[in-house]
Design a protein around this ligand. Structure first.
Ligand SMILES: Nc1ncnc2c1ncn2[C@@H]1O[C@H](COP(=O)(O)OP(=O)(O)OP(=O)(O)O)[C@@H](O)[C@H]1O
Ligand SMILES: [Mg+2]
Ligand SMILES: [Zn+2]
Length: 507
């Protein structure tokens, strides 16, 4: 007797179709699984046997030979339990139905319950692409998977109800998709609490609008951490496409909120400087996404930037440039997207006062150099906006005047982001920070004065070609915040100013 059942495998974010082929014959009862199935798949035999017994499902005493095709691709994970069980029931005649347009995913527990799996959204997308019409997966994954169009999703609570459904004895209702609803921003600190620091807030607003990396540098206690932690309150809304991308990563990482399985808020990952490179970049024997990918379409906040291990900081170079990170392991290489806005904050030296007006730095020249030297030139070059956070004047701190609220700043950021969405419609680009060299001249048109200003700035301060491109992109964002189509001198001047700190501190 022979049967086959469709399933989907997963490696990182890469989902792929898997066919569970089964043949049964008489003999001493046994279950053999082939097809590069690792230990987690092999153990499925034990779980399935117990689950069937405990649910009163009779599996015939036979020799089951199971192959997970394609046989040359490694299979790992406990989610093959369900297709293997369905294949056994099908080949033994316990199920009497056509399964050719169905696929099954899920781990089965000893009492027959079908348990939550990681990466369900990526698998559901692949199932739909493969032309599967009905997807059966754990009940707790159903809303997440049902977001995918062109496929019916059924959330299975236990194997007995699945068998009854497939035999037409009772029905599992079709799952409703998780809603793409933007949650209210509750509990996020507000920019209204930050006194003064207008130029820093302006820089943060520009960074959020164009998705530019930003570095805040200044003496202790000037509000760098305070300001950075308020970024989530001004970020533009996620698009549905972005939500799906980020949800897939969070699903694979196992951090999805089961009550609200679509990520609809841009991530803000505040990562401690004690983070390992695996924690930040991703890794493990079957590589999991790191913080940089979990932050995809949102913000990666690295406070006390020079305190990070230098090697860890250097690993950021490639992903910051490419918006994706490839992790290679013996088990294969996995690529995770990481299109992020990096927000970093730091003191300029161990005592914190180097370069600050009215303050005395007690560090030696060597100490300052070593400290700043932890941020390498290539990393610094990838940070479009660099701002000093000076001490706030006493009058500003003690004044009763309320600062502008995050809500108002967010409105301007959203407008600027909407302009970008419209501008880049039909391309792979979403924000000004991603403008490619071939588009730069076309998209960043300057008036004559602006062009002259940039030329002078270049000749005076010997900026690099990379700096030139980056200044233009930031100037584009300044113009978008202004609602201006043509970049003017003021826009360029601001963008140039955001690139002057590296020469002050890192000259
Ligand atoms: N501009 C400001 N308006 C209101 N309060 C401020 C401001 N700047 C600093 N503070 C107060 O000072 C505290 C310390 O600020 P914060 O921790 O953000 O400083 P920092 O620049 O990150 O310092 P460090 O370099 O030591 O990390 C804040 O929690 C806040 O109470
Ligand atoms: Mg701080
Ligand atoms: Zn110092």
């Amino acid at each position: 007797m022979f049967a086959q059942v469709n399933s989907i495998g997963l490696f990182g974010l890469n989902a792929f179709p898997v066919t569970t082929e089964i043949s049964s014959s008489q003999g001493v009862p046994a279950v053999n699984i082939s097809g590069l199935a690792d230990l987690s798949v092999q153990e499925s035999r034990l779980r399935i046997k117990a689950a069937a017994e405990n649910c009163g499902i009779k599996l015939p005493k036979a020799v089951f030979t199971i192959n997970l095709a394609p046989a040359d691709v490694k299979k790992t994970g406990s989610f093959y339990d369900l297709p293997i069980l369905v294949a056994m029931l099908s080949v033994s005649g316990v199920l009497d139905c056509d399964l050719s347009d169905c696929a099954f995913i899920g781990e089965v527990s000893l009492n027959g319950d079908v348990c939550f799996v990681q990466g369900a959204l990526s698998m559901a997308i692949k199932a739909a692409e493969c032309g599967i019409k009905r997807l059966f997966l754990p009940y707790e994954n159903a809303a997440e998977a049902a977001v995918v169009k062109d496929i019916e999703v059924y959330g299975v609570k236990n194997i007995a109800s699945l068998a009854a459904h497939l035999n037409g004895l009772s029905f599992i209702p079709r799952a409703k998709p998780a809603q793409f609803d933007i949650l209210e921003k509750i509990g996020i600190p507000d920019f209204a609490d930050v006194k003064g620091q207008d130029s820093v807030k302006g820089a943060i607003e520009t960074a959020a609008a164009g998705f530019h990396n930003i570095l805040l540098i200044g003496p202790p206690g000037t509000g760098k951490s305070m300001i950075a932690k308020r970024i989530p309150g001004i970020l533009p809304r996620m698009t549905f496409e972005e939500s799906i991308e980020t949800t897939q990563i969070h699903s694979v990482a196992g951090i999805l909120n089961r009550e609200h399985p679509l990520v609809t808020e841009r991530p803000f990952r505040d990562v401690s400087h004690t983070a390992s490179s695996v924690g930040l970049i991703g890794g493990g024997s079957i590589p999991k996404p790191g913080e940089i990918s979990i932050a995809h379409n949102g913000v990666l906040f690295l406070d006390e930037f020079p305190e990070f291990d230098r090697k860890v900081l250097e690993t950021l170079r490639q992903p910051l440039e490419n918006g994706e990170i490839t992790i290679s392991r013996a088990s294969g290489s996995i690529t995770y997207p990481c299109n992020i806005m990096l927000a970093a904050a730091m003191n300029p030296c161990p005592c914190g006062n180097y370069g600050a007006t009215g303050k005395v730095c007690t560090c030696s020249k060597k100490q300052v150099e070593n400290y700043l030297g932890k941020i390498s030139r290539p990393v610094l070059d990838r940070i479009d906006i660099q701002v000093e956070v000076p001490s706030v004047k006493y009058e500003e701190l003690s004044g009763a005047e309320k600062s502008e609220s995050s809500e108002i700043i967010a409105e301007r950021v959203q407008k600027a982001r909407d302009i970008q969405l419209e501008r880049f419609r039909g391309t792979d680009i979403r924000t000004n920070s991603q403008i490619t060299p071939d588009l730069l001249r076309e998209v960043c048109v300057m008036d004559e004065q602006a062009g002259q200003f940039l030329k002078n700035a270049f000749e005076k301060s010997g900026l690099s070609a990379r700096a030139y491109d980056r200044i233009l992109k930031v100037a584009r964002t300044c113009a978008d915040l202004d609602g201006a189509e043509i970049i003017n001198k003021r826009h360029v001047a601001r963008a140039v100013q955001y690139r002057t700190l590296d020469r002050k501190y890192w000259a």
